[in-house]
Design a protein around this ligand. Structure first.
Ligand code: DMJ
Length: 678
């Protein structure tokens, strides 16, 4: 953990004891980008100008820009060279530069999709997940839930693969059934399967097959919301449509319960049945009433009492898409629901105030993690998952418009929009560097940004290459072909027209081709990207590689006319939904029916205790032992306190609260599941 210090005026800032050794390090093999950085620092005059603009601007205004002064004093934004196409009032370059080249590259992405799809079709047709080395498929419930096929439908349509689409549609129509035994994760099934079906419905010109399946699935998922608080359980038994509490003492993840709304609301809009809208919206409106740290919330929530649980706050695993869906809900319903924009902006003031830091040696901007008990202590840990944020902050600034539209030059930005956009640009660059500064050109799952030279004591290759901005711990070097960085590149490209974003995307694609491609078909996750001479496949091709990673790359290299961002909102699994005008009846908010009447912990659920060890670089056994000991004490304290008394209108009783005491194994599960977060 790295303490913030206070300056003379009492305003805290992140400690940065820049080491000369790094500042002066020669251009080396491991630091491809350092020369470029030094060039950047050469344009200090430009940076200073931008800085001066920020410093003299008021710290608070009627638009709620109160975070500005705090942010400027903590982590300076805007002192790096702005991207060519995004400078104030400067028209962006015409899209595409060399159109033929980008067409060719786009086709290569289509080739990668077909290389995957054909192998899946050959070895695992109809199965949920594909293992390209062993060449077989596996299911999450007995007959499968269409994970790969449904998640891929709109990518297939986007790429114009007609035969593939007809075959996949026939499978959905004839084989896919949700009327089967087995429990599925509410969030994953919603974003991949429900989201995939809804987007396929829209993109196929309203083929009823997809909507019928979507309604059947959603009706089953509704069972998860039948809890004492209205905050859903983590899982659902498909056949019975019954909610199933999560493994962590019944606790749900914040991002999971708050990343259902785009799908459920769109379904209500399509069917005219408001029940999906109501349950999903209720979750967010309840969360809005809970305590936060400047809009930042813990990553767990308790469905028994409706309160946040634990103390970890981050925009990575279990936190990420809570923030993403705030701004996207606002955009999805034609900016009619201002409450979500306010919640997003509030959370971003929290990000600016508590989570931003700068790296050594290249002064990259990063988003760290905090505990709610000590928000002043910034952990420089960042999941690759956080990389959605750059594009999403830029999306919030522009509300989907491109900067070269005559009616929306950057000079028209409010201060918050300007600041969010700059942060978006800088975070996207840091995320690209997570790839650029490794031997393979692939990013690890988690980095610890170097922002204090003492972090490097005892570090050696491949944990940390001299001149690189981050440390990769042994357990964090895996790459699952995640989409978040290319997603942000796509947004930044669309908004700015700056070709560097396309070039960065191309480099990432080339690294995927070099190291993740399986000759016999498909692409695989990799155990450790730190050594290019030591690549081991972990034999899984995640469905989001087809649904998101390849889709965003294809869009990045393709025409800007496809899915204009002021007309479409992508769900968190990259399924595009059209923006719509909700009827008044959906916008009216009836009084919430299910209210928890108790506060604090539910029976048998561990109290606010930081169960996560991952803020500690190294995660050594002592840390684990200490946490297990603390938890054992904590578990003793959780004996039958009270059963929440609630007025429930649903059929199931809240008295079925789990009475399992959290055992140390649960902690171990949480710790290990952390690494397995998708
Ligand atoms: C996807 O399922 C979604 O993007 C989700 O929001 C986060 N995890 C994976 C991709 O990394």
């Amino acid at each position: 953990m790295f303490k913030r210090q206070e300056n003379q005026s009492g305003i805290p800032f992140h400690t940065q004891d820049q080491d000369d050794k790094y500042a002066k390090a020669p251009i080396g093999v491991q630091s491809k980008s350092r020369f470029r950085f030094r060039m950047r620092h050469g344009v200090v005059a430009l940076g200073l100008l931008a800085l001066t603009y920020l410093v003299i601007s008021p710290s608070s205004d009627s638009n709620g820009n109160s975070a500005l002064k705090t942010l400027k004093d903590r982590v300076q934004i805007g002192n790096r060279k702005p991207s060519d196409g995004a400078q104030d009032s400067t028209p962006v370059k015409p899209s595409g530069g060399n159109t033929a080249l980008w067409e060719e590259r786009k086709d290569k992405v289509k080739g990668a999709f077909l290389h995957s799809w054909n192998a899946y079709r050959r070895d695992a047709w109809g199965k949920d997940e594909y293992h390209p080395i062993a060449q077989f498929g596996s299911n999450m419930v007995k007959k499968g839930q269409g994970f790969t096929i449904v998640d891929s439908l709109d990518t297939i349509l986007l790429m114009g693969l007609k035969d593939e689409f007809e075959e996949a549609k026939a499978w959905v129509r004839d084989e896919l059934t949700f009327d089967q035994e087995g429990e599925v994760n509410l969030f994953e099934t919603t974003i991949r399967v429900l989201g995939g079906l809804l987007s396929a419905y829209d993109q196929s010109g309203h083929d009823q097959v997809f909507l019928t399946k979507a309604v059947d699935l959603a009706d089953r998922l509704m069972g998860a919301f039948k809890t004492a608080s209205g905050i859903p359980y983590a899982s659902v038994h498909l056949k019975e449509g019954r909610g199933v509490p999560g493994h962590e003492g019944g606790i749900s993840s914040t991002s999971e319960v708050a990343t259902l709304q785009l799908e459920f609301k769109y379904l209500s809009y399509l069917t005219g049945d408001d029940k999906y809208w109501r349950v999903a919206e209720d979750v967010i409106l309840k969360m809005k009433e809970l305590e936060s740290i400047d809009g930042l919330v813990p990553i767990f929530i308790n469905p028994y009492n409706g309160q946040f649980h634990g103390s970890d706050i981050r925009l990575g695993s279990r936190g990420d898409s809570y923030y993403e869906y705030l701004i996207k809900q606002y955009l999805q319903t034609s900016k009619k629901e201002h409450v979500y924009k306010e919640m997003f902006d509030h959370a971003m003031t929290g990000v600016k105030k508590h989570l931003l830091g700068r790296t050594i040696p290249n002064d990259l901007l990063f988003v760290g993690e905090i505990s709610k008990y000590s928000p002043q202590d910034l952990s420089p840990k960042m999941d690759h998952l956080v990389c959605f944020l750059g594009g999403t902050m830029a999306l919030s600034s522009t509300e989907g418009k491109t900067l070269n539209k005559a009616n929306f030059p950057r000079s028209k930005f409010s201060k918050v929009e300007e600041e969010d956009f700059k942060i978006g640009e800088e975070l996207t660059e840091a995320c690209y560097e997570m790839y650029n500064q490794t031997q393979t050109g692939l990013a690890p799952e988690i980095v610890y940004w170097v922002h204090k030279k003492s972090q490097l004591d005892g570090r050696h290759e491949p944990e940390h290459f001299e001149g690189s901005d981050f440390i990769i711990n042994n357990r964090d070097g895996h790459n699952w072909l995640r989409p978040e960085t290319v997603e942000s590149l796509f947004y930044m490209w669309r908004f700015t027209g700056d070709e560097k974003y396309r070039e960065w995307g191309w480099k990432i694609f080339e690294a995927i081709e070099t190291y993740s491609k399986v000759k016999s078909g498909g692409y695989s996750s990799i155990h450790d990207i730190r050594r290019k001479d030591h690549i081991e496949f972990s034999d899984k091709m995640e469905t989001f590689f087809l649904a998101e990673t390849l889709k965003y790359l294809y869009l990045l290299f393709g025409s800007n006319d496809v899915f204009p961002l002021d007309k479409y909102v992508f769900n968190t699994e990259a399924h595009p939904f059209p923006v719509f005008d909700p009827p008044k009846s959906l916008l009216e908010r009836p009084v919430v029916k299910v209210e928890p009447e108790t506060e604090g912990k539910a029976n048998g659920v561990a109290d606010d205790k930081d169960l996560h060890l991952d803020g500690l670089p190294g995660h050594d056994q002592d840390d684990v032992d200490e946490a297990l000991e603390e938890l054992a004490v904590d578990a003793d304290d959780t004996e039958a306190e009270h059963v929440p008394e609630v007025e429930v209108e649903y059929e199931e009783s809240s008295e079925e609260v789990s009475t399992d005491v959290v055992e140390p194994e649960t902690v171990a599960n949480i710790v290990s599941e952390e690494a397995a977060d998708v």
